[in-house]
Design a protein. Sequence first.
Length: 669
Amino acid sequence: MINFAPQKTTMKLKKYAYLLWPLASVLVNLLLAYVVYGVARLAFVLENRSLYPDLTATHFMELLGGGLTFDTSAILYTNALWVVMVLFPLHLKETPAWHRACRCTFVGVNTLCLAVNLADAVYFRFAARRTTTTVFQEFRNEDNLGGIFMTEALSHWYFFLLAGVAAWALWRCYVAPPLRRERLDWRLYDVAALLSLAAFAPFCVAGMRGGWTRDIRPITISNANNYCDRPTEAGIVLNTPFSLIRTIGKNNFEVPAYFSSREELEAVFNPVCTPGLRADSLRAAGGRRKNVVVIIIESFGREYIGAYNRHVAGYRGYTPFTDSLIERGGALTYRYSYCNGRKSIDGMPSILSSIPMFVEPFFLSPYSINHVSGLADCLNQKGYTTAFFHGAERGSMGFMAFARATKFSRYYGREDFVADPRTRGDSDYDGWWGIADEPFMQYFCQKMTEMRQPFMTALFTLSSHHPFRVPEPYRDVFREENADMPIYKVIRYTDMALRHFFESARRQPWFSNTIFAITSDHTNMTALDEYKTDLGGFCSPVIFYDPSGQMGSGIRDAVAQQTDIMPTILGQLGYDRPYVTFGVDLLRTPADSTWAVNYLNGIYQYVRYGHVLQFDGRQTRAVYALSDSLMRHNLVGRVPRQAQMERQLKAIIQQYMERMTENRLTPEK
């Protein structure tokens, strides 16, 4: 006897296949959008091929692969309305008029995106970056744009032809759900449409953000540097719709006119350091150049360090090893030390490139693809091996993009740790961010021993990040001490990890010939009142440790900030080439000439001469003595050096804004 059940089942499935047609049409048409973006990218490269004379086929494929992430984000943002139109349960939409509206929306949106990309292919050679929303401010007072546009349009007539052909192809190739009203079971159809929309939504959100994992922030322009060897190559990776969307409402970089001439401005503050050949450049025994190790500890605010808080009765802090390093171990520390931002993405540019955070994070600004130098770039030129270490996945926090942009030659992340046979692999994964600090610091130490000297490395830790979890083997060692301050136990753990790192490092042949710089990316939870103030929230340590003793030791009553780390190290090494810095060489700057600056909710804070001045961009709002740790007594108008401080701060702001918007963050610009 023949069993017809499978055939009946197949026929039944075919009967209800129409329920999947709307979702299928969305997926097919989105593939068409990818083709359009691919055509636009190819047109961009051909139009600007002279800018990429050394572009190899292999690297070009890497750039194309990176571009898919940004294309996905742009496609899903710009087609979100159309997706809802197609998938939302609505009887009306099965009429020919509704299908025509959907087709017009899809073709119109993607043709416009293509046109914007093609226009930018022409404009790119002038701006050297994809167009962002700043273009509207840049040309808002120009009245000759129409003539310029027409001139360029005539000379690039082939782009109009390409856009027309693409629009025609999109119209002809558009796939609409082939549904007939009389064959529909509307109840099933509405349920299927709603389920399709619900199923597609998380993929849409992930595509817009640039990934699924919780440690990935929404990708921004700066993430293009993950794939680029030169900043100019970001133009290939990015697309213009994405650049416009990501900078809507985010560009507040307005260049002030505090000083009317460059000469007057530079007389007050000039960020270009031209050291020349230093006769007192320090060398270790045997003429070897010193190694440099920068350790950036997540959330490691001054509040947690007992050595910074001996004035607080009964307060011991949570960092016994760091305390011993500062007070008995020969480290050089600055009493009034500050971070330049409040986020991890602010810390890297400040520490490694001497660029503070003003208005918005450098990573998230339209200028994140500017040419930018840094410790790694400077020391690469002197034959150093450079490497950046972070225990999270390679794309986390945008660190890899910045490391590559500032010319770190190597990057080591969670994947590299796991692949190393000497480690315990993912057994040391903390279940949230990445590899726990203690094992990753040991890995960091091992890798430096393998490097050719001299080397410059940077480590960014992660264990003392929310949700503040101590690794399982130490749960009973570092217990909860204060329910309101769960960070304490993790700070203790990271301090222990730092102690174990130095114990291992002391046994290595490179240790005595190394300069260590220790700081935090930003501050975090606070319990002491003095760290809850406007300035207190920026209190980060700045610690230098040279085992040879050549840098000196003790706690100095001077101001220091993250942006001072780079010029101080370069000065100590006798670096003799110009570089841009928004800081000072602390070892060669008198205490009353040291300063710090940061930005908080529209207010610039400038620390100098024993005071902190708060400036809103137009006028001084407040002045407090540093001895007034709770910032209770506003001395505005009563401090003799207030006008001088305001003038100095204005020069710093104007230099920053001019150089950022004009792409002059390197000395040759």
